[in-house]
Design a protein around this ligand. Structure first.
Ligand code: CUA
Length: 332
């Protein structure tokens, strides 16, 4: 998008260009990749254009009276200026923008043509995700990552067990609060393939800023394969060190909070780890998904994410931490 040139000074032009260059990327409402985000971005550009016109008119008028027409002005003319420019003009422009903004709401809210419904619960400080099972069984529990088929309208049912969070993927749609005791809804229709970043947009405690997730928009066939894979139980350990990792996981009581489908671990308090190795990030997207990052996370959860509910297991010997990390990162 080309910046609107409002001032003749090249410094201002440069600053504007740099500012607008920062509006690109995987987490920008101004680089829309979804139906809702496109409508909201359009509204933003209309409002920006409207305010640019008014700003130009007001400054033009100020320049006119101070530079070019310094004499006395008639009382009648100034009265008409106040009525016309101060009452009628803003009422018309603001009403038009309000009507345009309100007209967007039905299209953003319509639950018709919704294909899949995905439930996301905001936790402190991560995201619990439930997808409908491909074979019609119990929903599949995942965490901290959402994948969507390109072009399909998907409804998110948004929940929270304790405090208010806000579910926001700026590239795809507007933001909707997750309120304890209620289910709110957000409809998303991705229009571009890619990986986008979501964040919690409502202060929810110490680690609010460390509560992120990735949204991957895939071709529908690839999405179906991904969901079918996520529905499967975890693969058994592939190496001796991974086997030791699984034993350590069970012996240290990790299964009291985490589930790994296909093993004895069936805890529900923390994120499901059945396919944790396939995710793009760790700890609600605060670390990359690597074996080293698993070691850092398990050993120092409190340093990576202050006040996190998961205790740090830094007292485990290094080789045991490495085995745990190997096992978990192989859970693809
Ligand atoms: Cu969850 Cu802020």
């Amino acid at each position: 998008m080309k910046p609107t040139v409002l001032a003749p000074r090249s410094g201002l032009l440069l600053a504007t260009a740099m500012l607008l260059a920062g509006c690109d990327g995987p987490q920008s409402a101004l680089a829309p990749a979804g139906d809702g985000a496109e409508r909201i971005a359009n509204l933003f550009w209309w409002m920006l254009g409207g305010s640019a016109v008014i700003w130009t008119l007001v400054l033009g008028l100020a320049a006119y009276v101070t530079r070019f027409s310094r004499g006395k002005h008639s009382l009648v003319a100034s009265r008409w200026l106040i009525i016309g420019g101060g009452v009628v003009f803003p009422t018309v422009v603001l009403s038009a923008l309000l009507i345009y903004g309100l007209m967007l709401i039905p299209a953003l809210r319509t639950p018709e043509d919704v294909g899949m419904r995905v439930e996301v619960s905001g936790e402190q400080w991560w995201w619990r995700v439930h997808y409908p099972s491909p074979d019609g069984g119990d929903p599949i529990e995942l965490a901290n990552e959402v994948r969507l088929p390109l072009g399909e309208r998907v409804a998110f049912d948004l929940l929270s067990p304790d405090v208010i969070h806000s579910f926001w993927v700026p590239s795809l749609a507007g933001k909707v609060d997750m309120i304890p005791g209620r289910t709110t809804e957000l409809i998303v229709q991705p229009t571009q393939l890619g990986t986008f970043r979501g964040a919690c947009a409502e202060y929810c405690g110490t680690a609010h800023a460390l509560m992120n997730f990735q949204v991957v928009v895939m071709e529908p066939a690839a999405f179906d394969r991904w969901l079918a894979h996520q529905a499967e139980p975890a693969q058994p350990p592939r190496s001796e060190i991974a086997q030791r990792g699984l034993e350590s996981f069970l012996a240290n009581g990790c299964g009291a909070c985490h589930a790994i489908r296909g093993t004895e671990a069936d805890g529900r308090l923390g994120p499901d780890l059945t396919h944790v190795g396939s995710r793009l990030g760790l700890g609600a997207d605060v670390l990359p998904n690597t074996t080293e990052a698993f070691v850092r996370w398990i050993g120092h959860t409190d340093r990576v994410k202050p006040d996190v509910r998961m205790p740090a297991y830094g007292m485990l010997p290094d080789d045991e931490l490495a085995a745990l990390a190997t096992y978990l990162s192989e859970l693809e």
